[in-house]
Design a protein. Structure first.
Length: 101
């Protein structure tokens, strides 16, 4: 299976992990979380920080490789609109995918 992925590279590293930023423009949102295979999905979801511009942002340390993720905006699941890469999640939906290099 071939898909276009959001690629993150040339970011600062710490050991075997790479600092990876997730951003979402959602000016009217009250809460934005990033959930993925790197957060055990909802159990360790990470909250994004709201900037004055209406952009939400979080930087996480991720191991190199492919990672599936989604945003949760005010309780509603949302794929990353800046990421054209999506993969079937086996639950009738799609997940965004990021490749950390």
């Amino acid at each position: 299976m071939k898909w276009n992925r959001l690629r993150r590279k040339n970011m600062k590293t710490k050991g075997e992990k790479v600092y990876t930023s997730f951003e979402l423009k959602a000016p009217s949102a009250e809460e934005v979380m990033v959930c993925g295979d790197f957060t055990e999905w909802e159990s360790k979801a990470r909250r994004l920080r709201r900037l004055k511009s209406g952009l939400w942002k979080a930087t996480l340390k991720l191991p190199r490789g492919d990672h599936q993720y989604r945003f949760k905006v005010d309780g509603m699941w949302l794929n990353d609109p800046s990421c054209s890469g999506q993969i079937d999640n086996g639950l009738g939906g799609l997940n965004s995918i990021v490749t950390v290099e």
